[in-house]
Design a protein around this ligand. Structure first.
Ligand code: VG1
Ligand code: CO
Length: 543
């Protein structure tokens, strides 16, 4: 089998975003496009020879083709071994778990997460390092820089490999191991949680519905909830991954997981509902007629962490991304542990987790996780909620409303304006940036601004600095208004506006967040001049 050295020319658009490189499938299908990016990853990992790589994806369109290419390139680039999930499947948290359990050097995840899949939609590729987490900015910038000067890539001249049968084989000089994508992950969950307590809950009158949205968590959820924990068959719906996710957006929120929300808000609703995203790292938690805001979910889980065996000793510290509400900070203070505020994206939690500074972390974008791996973890969050329910014997609604009574309610909402013309997105951010100096000390709609800034983060472990991570208006009463452009979209610009306000009075904690945050929402619309500039009267998605 010959190693081919194929001449190529750089593509100008291969800079990884918040979570790897995400593009339309047809962009990836251009000759050499995928190969160039994979070679750029390998070039940024110079010590790869003889090492082990984990490989898999969420099963979206182009997953299987990409796996074949990557395997042949991995062999030609001297990797020692590649561990592939059977059928090319691995959820993002499972890749993280397998990298750690098998002490692999890194992993490649093929996914565009919650973005739609299919020939006309999105594909993505991301590199994770030996700790199981997304590559740091230093590495992603090295990948980008390699992509800009790439002249050739190495690939084995060989036929396709069988990725559907468990076992090991040899490709060139490299070993390939095809394994069950679920087993290692399920073992880890069993280690963290009290499966006997969860069995008692799920085999009793308690009813849950888990919607896998035709994405990767289906096989994991069938195995864990139904096979291991004994929940009745039918608990998991839409549990077979499809290359186009059944035509929907595999995004667990009230808009894209509407059918699940409808079930939970119906007359005979089950006690508990949950969904995950395309690659299995996000989660949405619902109770009967009750939606749990992700920022609250993190805070509630932190407050109850010790009911879970793996966290019985308590939490070392907690981190949240900057736009995530401050609800968890209040819990950390009550627990007497440190809390950290990082930029958006899981890669920023890695150093804090590795250094043992934090045990839990989360993002407002339906991401929750712990130090068990280095990715957010959808099914872990569901199991954590079930553990709290089993222990407290209370409903989701009671758990959350009691949390608010004790810690205050951080009303929270994010408004997304998707697919804006890229230059309008930039213009809005530039114009608010220019106003920051005069906004400090200013009063808007009766609220005075304490600070207005462009968020920058200094990593407390390695001292690296990340700038331009979102524009913040911090009000004197603790309210916040934040503006960011998405780093995961594949079409135009997505503007995200995050609104937050703390209400300590229990008598005022039962409002609709859109009402309670009405004045902040108006300030956001005025400052961005969104309607004037784009004609948009309402956001594309409200979460
Ligand atoms: C979004 C979320 C961010 C999350 C990222 C990856 O990024 O806001 O919190 O970490 O997606 O999640 P952005 O740059 O579009 O705001 V996933 O499940 O897409 O890997
Ligand atoms: Co995801």
């Amino acid at each position: 089998m010959a190693v081919l050295q194929i001449a190529t020319r750089p593509f100008a658009d291969q800079r990884p975003g918040t979570s790897g490189l995400r593009k339309k499938v047809r962009v990836f299908q251009q000759p050499h496009y995928l190969e160039n990016f994979v070679q750029s990853i390998f070039n940024a990992i110079p010590d790869r020879a003889g090492k082990t790589l984990v490989l898999g994806g969420d099963g979206r369109f182009y997953n299987r083709e990409a796996i074949q290419t990557i395997l042949r390139m991995a062999s030609a680039n001297n990797w020692g071994k590649v561990i592939v999930g059977r059928g090319g499947f691995f959820s993002t948290p499972a890749v993280s778990a397998v990298i750690r359990a098998r002490m692999a050097h890194g992993g490649i995840i093929l996914s565009a997460s919650h973005n739609a899949g299919g020939p006309d939609h999105d594909f993505g590729i991301k590199y994770n390092t030996a700790n199981g987490g997304p590559a740091s900015e230093k590495i992603t910038e090295a990948i980008w820089s390699a992509s800009k000067s790439l002249q050739s890539y190495r690939i084995l001249d060989d036929a396709d490999i069988d990725i559907d049968t468990d076992g090991t084989s040899i490709l060139g000089e490299m070993q390939i191991e095809i394994c069950d994508p679920v087993a290692e992950y399920a073992r880890l969950m069993e280690h963290i949680f009290d499966f006997d307590a969860l069995r008692r809950l799920l085999q009793g009158p308690f009813r849950m519905r888990f919607d896998a949205l035709h994405a990767i968590t289906g096989p994991y959820a069938h195995k864990i909830f139904e096979a291991c924990l004994g929940a009745p068959a039918g608990t998991v719906v839409n549990g077979t991954p499809r290359t186009d996710f059944g035509g929907g957006h595999p995004d667990p929120n009230l808009v894209y997981a509407k059918s699940l929300a409808d079930h939970l808000f119906a007359e005979n609703a089950p006690d508990f509902g949950a969904a995950s995203d395309g690659d299995g790292d996000r989660n949405m938690i619902l109770g009967r007629q009750f939606f749990v805001t992700p920022s609250d979910s993190l805070a509630v889980l932190a407050a109850h962490a010790t009911v879970i065996p793996a966290y019985r000793q308590g939490l070392k510290g907690i981190a949240r991304s900057m736009p995530t509400s401050q609800a968890v900070d209040v819990v950390a203070e009550a627990l007497g542990v440190a809390h950290y505020e990082t930029p958006t994206g899981w890669k920023f939690f890695g150093n804090l987790l590795d250094a043992g500074k934090i045990t839990f972390c989360g993002e407002e974008s339906f991401g929750t996780g712990s130090d068990h791996i280095r990715e957010k973890d959808g099914l872990w969050a569901v199991l954590a909620w079930l553990s709290v329910i089993a222990h407290t014997e209370r409903s989701v609604a009671d758990i959350v409303t009691q949390h608010w009574q004790r810690f205050g309610r951080h009303y929270y909402t994010r408004h997304d304006y998707e697919e804006l013309p890229a230059e309008i997105g930039e213009q809005i951010m530039r114009s608010i940036t220019a106003q920051l100096p005069i906004l400090s000390g200013h009063t808007l709609a009766g609220r005075s601004i304490l600070t207005a800034d462009d968020f920058a983060y200094t990593d407390p472990i390695d001292g690296s600095i990340s700038t331009h991570q979102g524009l913040r208006l911090l009000f004197t009463d603790g309210a916040r208004l934040i503006f960011r452009l998405s780093g995961t979209g594949t079409e135009g610009a997505t503007l995200r506006i995050y609104h937050e306000h703390l209400e300590k009075d229990p008598r005022r904690q039962r409002q609709d967040p859109q009402r309670a945050l009405h004045d902040l929402i108006q300030i956001g619309r005025d400052l961005t001049r969104i309607e004037t500039l784009t004609g948009r009267k309402t956001p594309t998605v409200i979460t």
